[in-house]
Design a protein around this ligand. Structure first.
Ligand code: HEM
Ligand SMILES: *[C@@H]1O[C@H](CO)[C@@H](O)[C@H](O)[C@H]1NC(C)=O
Ligand SMILES: *[C@@H]1O[C@H](CO)[C@@H](O)[C@H](O)[C@H]1NC(C)=O
Length: 417
């Protein structure tokens, strides 16, 4: 009897052992026990995962529960990994947004035909509403003027610009015509209203499109306004860079109007400065997780089907292999031998890469260009008198790199509006 019990137990152990066999050629890392995987402390996830690169290098694995997570920290490997069609998935076991009812909807968290459909729809709308066309400029310039007016009201006084770009949303609320969206922000506001209407005639498919809109709005507003806030702080902290940008604007743009998209080709240092803001801020330090659809080979390792891939974007942005002065704010990192700005270069991945690459890149770049060039043409940004602000990551924010809250003073240089 005892022998039978012991044999059964042994049998179960052997079965679990073999069923739990670690896939061959898995990147080095933490495997742990069946079912629970490797859990080594109660530190928050971002803290725990940090040790992985330190211990196992640029491609490392970690089994959490029964899921395998792969952390990739090197530019070339990230590029080939995220460029692979098998890695274009999002984790299917949870959703970041409760609002989508944990369904495969919207664009950021969805997979398969749903994602393809939503992504096509999103790109189409971003284009419709002027991605790269002059109509986008026509939408943004009045908003730029409004921001300048807002700043003018508090000129010379220490000012927080935390909500500077969210004014734009308020403006949309005032001027929009419901159900007749001019852009994706209006479409989003329509959707917010519908959500509270019990008689809504919106159908499920439309609901899905609206989640796509919500995704676009959320993915687009926080990222862009936070990057803008980084830029303002970095200008106050780096007056030499600021002076150089202003000299370039003064030489290229007549003083009676704000800069527009035609001036872009003559504002290469400013463009390089904005790229350096993206690098320095690394607002999304760890890319949105990807999921592996099929067993995939990468640099001699296997990434098993269903594993989650995390790409360390900020590791690329601060790797001395790619940057002359990784820790210094140095726009020249992006200037080539001909004095032109490089938007693509080794080690630089602010919008990620591959099939999931940020579809809002053009929009974000256009907005940042128009806002930044106008503000720096009109004002000089300084720390408040007797104070020296810092442009550092706010440690209280875990997932995204927000700049620490600060106040700056805007000093009028020239007046065009
Ligand atoms: C400074 C501004 C921005 C930065 C740094 C940024 C960065 C990123 C990054 C790193 C990703 C993850 C890509 C991946 O998973 O591989 C992403 C995805 C995304 N971004 Fe952006 N983004 C910005 C602005 C915008 C704007 C303005 C929009 C739209 C209006 C937008 C819409 C999206 C969407 C919808 C996705 C998900 C794409 C997908 O899953 O297929 N982003 N962004
Ligand atoms: C919804 O319909 C009911 C009955 O027709 C009506 O009394 C109510 O005011 C409507 N609510 C909204 C928000 O339109
Ligand atoms: C990503 O890289 C940065 C810079 O090297 C490092 O500080 C950070 O801890 C890394 N994050 C993870 C999750 O490994």
């Amino acid at each position: 009897m005892l022998a039978e019990v012991l044999l059964s137990v042994l049998f179960v152990i052997v079965c679990v052992y073999f069923l739990d066999a670690k896939p061959k050629n898995l990147p080095p890392g933490l495997w742990g026990l069946p079912v629970i995987g490797y859990i080594f402390s109660m530190l928050p996830f971002p803290e725990q995962i940090k040790n992985l690169q330190r211990r196992f290098g640029d491609i490392a694995s970690w089994r959490i529960g029964s899921r395998i997570t792969i952390l990739i920290s090197d530019f070339a490997t990230i590029k080939s990994a995220l460029g692979h069609p098998n890695l274009a998935g999002r984790p299917d076991f949870f959703s970041f947004n409760i609002f989508s009812h944990f369904e495969n909807m919207g664009i950021v968290n969805s997979n398969g035909p749903q994602w393809q459909h939503a992504r096509r729809f999103a790109l189409h709308h971003l284009k419709d509403f002027g991605m790269g066309k002059t109509s986008l400029e026509d939408t943004i310039i009045p908003e730029v003027n409004q921001l300048i007016n807002e700043i003018s009201k508090q000129e010379g006084e220490p000012m927080e610009i935390s909500n500077a770009l969210n004014q734009i949303v308020e403006e949309h609320k005032k001027s929009r015509i419901p159900h007749n969206p001019r852009d994706y922000i209006d479409a989003y506001l329509d959707q917010e209203e519908e959500k509270h209407n019990p008689n809504s005639s919106f159908k499920f498919e439309l609901f899905d499109l609206l989640i796509t809109m919500r995704d676009l709005f959320e993915a687009g507003s926080e990222t862009t306004s936070s990057t803008f806030r980084w830029m303002i702080a970095l200008m106050a902290v780096n007056p030499d860079v600021q002076t150089k940008v202003q000299a370039e604007i003064d030489a290229a743009v007549p003083r009676d109007r704000v800069p527009n998209l035609n001036d872009r080709k003559n504002l290469q240092y400013l463009e390089a400065m904005l790229n350096e803001v993206h690098r320095h801020a690394s607002f999304i330090p760890l890319c949105i997780p990807h999921m592996v659809f099929e067993d995939t080979y990468l640099e001699g390792y296997v990434l098993p089907k269903g594993s989650i891939v995390m790409a360390n974007i900020s590791s690329c942005h601060f790797n001395p292999r790619y940057w002359k002065y990784p820790k210094i704010f140095y726009p020249e990192h992006f200037i080539d031998e001909k004095g032109k700005c490089m938007n693509k270069r080794e080690g630089f991945l602010p919008f990620s890469v591959g099939r999931r690459v940020c579809p809002g890149e053009t929009l974000a770049r256009t907005e940042l260009f128009l806002f930044t060039s106008a503000v720096l043409q009109q004002f000089t940004i300084k720390s408040p008198p007797g104070e020296k602000i810092v442009a550092e990551t706010d440690p209280s924010k875990l997932i995204f790199n927000h700049v620490k809250p600060y106040k700056v003073v805007f000093e009028r240089r020239i007046q065009t509006i």
